[in-house]
Design a binder for this molecule. Structure first.
Ligand code: FCB
Length: 458
């Protein structure tokens, strides 16, 4: 049994629109950058696409019932921008919003609190045709879109998460091209980071004005371990920490960017205009934290790529010879998930307490908006790996709370096996198994484990 969590703690599952909905041409939805990316041969494993995914667009009542039976009191999902604005601008496509309207009401009927992510990487393709997040205007388009969703759901959605993991979107989508939109601009992708943050910051007052909910953003964090105490390795670790962790948190909480000199980036890049940082630093009610594993780095010395999170391995592979100021070093001595990510529950405690130390009172209350693991369906293992993973990480959250970090909730990634981006359907992160041929849902042992844990709070 897990230790007892505070009264009112949010227990949830998390999903994202493109990964589960399918129905990509229904009710006026326009194409997104992920539709285009999947259509390009070689981009996604096995040629998989989100065309059908988990068919959640039609099967959502069953999925809500699964959550109700699981006993969660919160659900994090994302709205597909191309359903709301197929053309990336202008008035809302009412039918697109109707879907989320029905979903939100069904959640309320089951006492499940909605936590809505506005942008989980599925940009309308027409905006990408105009440069996507490299174009400053996309930030303004995002604010318009946020307002449309707020006008429709603002009275019933409790938590509004503007963006999901801008680090991954910038790095994989615009830096190295392993995600949509498939651009490989290397460090030239930094304006995308700034425009994402600007879109977030400009949307905050709109959400405050037009909703009664709390406003948040979700970043993914990885505690960075230096390979040794040598000055060179410590410098490399600091450089990677600045890129993954601080680039997307310092401006939000401190109103300034971390120094990116290690990457040859000017202290005051031209794409940052007067007033931008004030907008980006608009006060937040909650910080969403996604955690999967730590990262170990050393000073670059031309060794083989390690076993760290795939983002870093991929960055390294693409930037070979580009003079990166760090190098990934394998983390050994821990079990690994099907994805090859090391399982380090203590890393989540380190991350949460580290955020508190780094940002002090500037750190708002935290929601762990994603944590989970992929595990294959191995007969005999009976989903034990996922249970161990979740058990260990929930305990780490509990310890962080005891150590004074204000953590308000924990969302398992994910409710269902789903479309895992460039990995297609190979990686299974669900508490519930999905047979993609029949769309049959079967709760796994980890679902039953969590159900039993949550029964104590009913
Ligand atoms: C995160 C994404 C989420 C899912 C998990 C495994 O980076 O936010 O959509 O793919 O990883």
């Amino acid at each position: 049994m897990l230790p007892r969590f505070p009264e009112g703690f949010l227990w949830g599952t998390a999903t994202a629109a493109y990964q589960i909905e399918g129905a990509v041409t229904e009710d006026g939805r326009g194409p997104s950058i992920w539709d285009s990316f999947c259509a390009e041969p070689g981009r996604v494993k096995n040629g998989d696409t989100g065309d059908v995914a988990c068919d959640h667009y039609h099967r959502w009542p069953e999925d809500v019932a699964l959550m109700a039976d699981l006993g969660v009191n919160a659900y994090r999902f994302s709205v597909a921008w191309p359903r709301v604005q197929p053309d990336g601008r202008g008035p809302a496509n009412a039918k697109g919003l109707d879907f989320y309207d029905r979903l939100v009401d069904a959640l309320a009927d089951r006492d499940i609190m909605p936590a809505l992510t506005l942008y989980h990487w599925d940009l309308p393709q027409v905006l990408q045709d105009g440069g996507g997040w490299m174009n400053r205007d996309t930030a303004h388009r995002f604010v318009e879109y946020a307002g449309l969703v707020a006008d429709r759901l603002g009275d019933r959605v409790d938590v509004w998460i503007t963006l999901n993991e801008p680090f991954v979107h910038m790095t994989e989508g615009y830096g190295i091209g392993t995600h949509a939109p498939g651009e490989a601009l290397l460090m030239g992708a930094l304006p995308a980071a700034h425009h994402l943050l600007l879109g977030h910051g400009l949307a905050v007052p709109v959400l405050r004005e037009r909703t009664s909910g709390q406003v948040a953003i979700t970043n993914n964090y990885s505690p960075v371990w230096a390979a040794s105490d040598s000055e060179a390795d410590l410098t490399a670790a600091a450089a990677f920490d600045a890129l993954q962790n601080r680039l997307f948190t310092d401006p939000l909480l401190l109103g300034r960017y971390p120094g990116m000199g290690a990457y040859g980036v000017a202290a005051e890049p031209a794409f940052v205009r007067d007033g931008d940082l004030d907008a980006i630093a608009a006060p937040l009610d909650l910080l969403g934290v996604n955690y999967y594993s730590p990262t170990r780095v050393a000073a670059p010395r031309g060794r083989a790529a390690g076993s760290g999170p795939s983002v870093l391995r991929e960055v390294e592979r693409h930037l070979e010879g580009a003079g990166l100021p760090f190098e990934d070093v394998p983390i050994s001595g821990y079990p690994v998930t099907a994805f090859g990510w090391p399982v380090v529950p203590d890393g989540l405690h380190e991350l949460l307490t580290g955020l508190r130390t780094a940002y002090g009172d500037a750190l708002p209350p935290v929601l762990v908006t994603e944590n989970g693991c992929s595990a294959p369906d191995v007969p005999g293992r009976a989903d034990r790996d996922r249970i161990d993973y979740l058990d260990g990480h929930c305990r780490a959250v509990h310890r962080a709370i005891e150590d004074g970090v204000d953590v308000r909730g924990y969302f398992v990634w994910s409710l269902l096996d789903n479309f895992e981006w460039a990995e297609g359907f190979d990686q299974r992160f669900g508490l519930v198994h999905v047979d993609y041929a029949t769309q049959r849902r079967t709760p796994k042992a980890s679902y039953h484990w969590l159900r039993e844990e949550l029964a104590r709070y009913r």
